[in-house]
Every structure is written in C-alpha cells, then in structure tokens.
Ligand binder design. Structure first.
Ligand code: ADP
Ligand code: MG
Length: 327
C-alpha cells in the first residue's frame, strides 16, 4: 500500500506548494483559529504546519497516515454537499510516502499529545508520547528524498517558495476569521491577524496583494436571484499588469474557472478594459447544490448547474459596478 501511496502522490504532490495547500486545508477543516507555516529552502528541506484545531485522537493518529482514511465523509449525502475542503483521505498518506513526516497532535481535552512518524515507504505504526498544545503539527522533511526522479523537477528555492506563498495567500484570502503566519528560513514573511471587520479585511488584502490595490479598487456587494458577489475589483487606473492578482472564490473555495474568467473579462472589456489584466478578489456565494466543486482532484475547477445564470450575474454585476465609475 505504501507503494500505491507513492503513485498517488504523483497526483497530489508535485512540489512543496501542494503540500502546504493540503496541510492548511486540513487545519481549516479541524476548526483552527491560528495556523503557522514554516518553510526552509523553499519548503523542500522542511515544511511545518501547526494549528490549534480539534486535534487527532491517539487511536486515529496512525490511521490518518493510511490511504483513504478520511474522517470527513460517512455517507453519500456528504459527497453531495461536501462542506469540508478535503475528502479524499489520501493527502497525508501520499505526502508521507515521499518525505520524512512527523504528525504530532493533541486531541481536544486529552491530557497528552501523541506522535507518529513515517519515512518514505516505512511507516512506524507505534505512537509515541509527545509535548504539544491542543491541535496538530505536521512536519514534512526532505521532500522527494526517496524519489530522485521527481526531485529533479523541483525548481529553485525562490520559485518553490513563490508557489508556496501563492497557495497560502489564496487560503488566507478565503478565511479572514483565521490568523496565519508564514515564515521562510526563519524570517517572517506574512503575519496576518484575525480580520473580522471590513477595514481589517481590506488591510489583509492590501498586505497580501499590494498596498495600493485597495486604493484603486471598488468594493462589490451585490445579491440577485440567490447569488451573492462580494469583494473588490481594481479600477483601470490600477496600472499593474500582473496576471496573478486574480482571486475568485466560490462558496469560500479558490477557483479558476473559464466561465468566471470570461464573464469578468467581458465586463471589463465592455466598460473600460484597456488591455491590462483585471485585478480582483471576488467571492461568489450560492446554494451548494447548484455547484459541483469536485470536478477535479485539485479542485480549482467547478461546474455550475446553471452556467448561464452565473455568467450573466457576474457580467451584469461587474458591468454595473465598473460602469458607474466610468470616467
Ligand atoms: P482528508 O483531509 O481528505 O480526509 P488527509 O489525508 O488530508 O485526508 O487527512 C486524513 C485525516 O487525518 C483527516 O480526515 C483528519 O481526520 C485527520 N487530520 C489530518 N490533518 C488534521 C489536522 N490538522 N487536524 C485534525 N485532524 C487532521
Ligand atoms: Mg486533507
């Protein structure tokens, strides 16, 4: 089974950034209010994600590292309206099969924390006592130490860290109610406090995107036909031409979707698009039954039950918002 994990790892784990995404999503699923990410050498040498979530019971620790050991789906109905981020039950198994992984956790009211380790295909099934406050720490060292072919595909430290930071940004923009810290080689890169109020949320956006994004953005907050769009879209005076300042969330999940991109592009182009890449942070909320988020394992794509409705709503809303400020 550990070999199967290594094969499966090919689908989930391509680089440190994928691991950060999986581990942070697990922490969010566990109800964490504070998540700390430590990376060394772009995350290849070390990735550590620490949370203050519900923790894992001693008896479930070893199980968490085995394939398809998800605690998140028990019925088919759950699949229909899956509210947690992860559900495949193979992230930890996959990651541990291509690294040296330590999982340390203290379950809610438990008196003691416990730890389990896995090194490539060797998993130590015995659980050892450890010191840890309530919550979980997953430490991933020496990524791909046992799969040199895959290690060769890793890029420079700077590039790998860039990807990792981008994944964390995406997640931090989806959960203002959670505090995040990101350190690289022991240097603090981002320190984000819980942002309950609008002004604090704008501060988080400014910190993560760029200080002047908010200064050049309009706030969006529109609801129609059961659809809701909130967030910020940059004005054309915002002269950055980066393609990567585009954050779109559907029911709290980061999504890269052709239909969405098309609707936004068209609204910009129609009103005032001037050749630059639009910059935005937008949150679409709709009935979970009207959207299928499980189209692809990495879940960046979605399938709307009524694509036209969503497209028209996005287009009209942004068309109006941007049209109102036409010079
Ligand atoms: P999935 O998230 O798809 O269920 P994972 O391999 O990511 O699968 O995790 C396996 C299981 O380990 C989870 O279902 C959960 O029960 C437990 N787990 C993993 N990370 C955490 C965490 N940070 N806090 C609490 N439980 C966790
Ligand atoms: Mg998971």
């Amino acid at each position: 089974p550990r070999l199967a994990n290594q094969i499966a790892a090919g689908e989930v784990v391509e680089r440190p950034a994928n691991i950060v995404k999986e581990l942070v999503e697990n922490a969010l699923d566990a109800g964490a209010r504070r998540i700390e990410v430590d990376a060394e050498q772009g995350g290849v040498k070390l990735l550590r994600v620490r949370d203050d979530g519900c923790g894992i019971e001693q008896d479930d620790l070893a199980l968490a590292l085995s394939r398809h050991a998800t605690s998140k789906i028990t019925t088919l109905d759950d699949l229909e309206a899956v509210m947690t981020m992860g559900f495949r039950g193979e992230a930890l198994a996959s990651i541990s099969s291509v690294s040296r992984l330590t999982l340390t956790s203290r379950f809610e009211q438990a008196e003691q924390a416990w730890q389990v380790t896995a090194e490539g295909r060797d998993m130590q099934t015995s659980v050892a006592p450890a010191a840890h406050p309530q919550g979980t720490t997953v430490e991933v060292r020496d990524l791909f130490f046992n799969t040199p072919a895959r290690r060769k595909f890793l890029r420079t430290e700077k590039t790998e860290f860039g990807h990792l930071e981008e994944h964390l940004k995406k997640l931090a923009l989806s959960r203002y109610d959670v505090a995040f810290t990101l350190r690289h080689n022991n240097r603090v890169i981002h320190q984000l406090r819980v942002a309950d109020r609008g002004i604090e949320q704008e501060r988080r956006v400014a910190t993560l995107l760029s200080p002047d994004f908010i200064d050049h953005a309009i706030h969006v907050d529109t609801e129609a036909a059961g659809l809701q769009l909130k967030g910020w879209v940059a004005l054309p005076t915002y002269s950055r031409s980066q393609t990567d300042m585009q954050y779109f969330y559907v029911n709290g999940r980061a999504v890269r979707d052709k239909l969405v991109v098309h609707a936004i592009r068209q609204a910009y182009r129609d009103v005032l698009y001037n050749g630059r890449h639009p910059a935005f942070v937008l949150y679409l909320e709709l009935d979970p039954k009207l959207v299928d988020v499980n189209v692809h394992p990495t879940k960046h794509e979605v399938r709307f039950r009524d694509g036209r409705l969503v497209h028209d709503f996005l287009f009209r809303t942004l068309h109006q918002v941007l049209g109102n400020i036409r010079p």
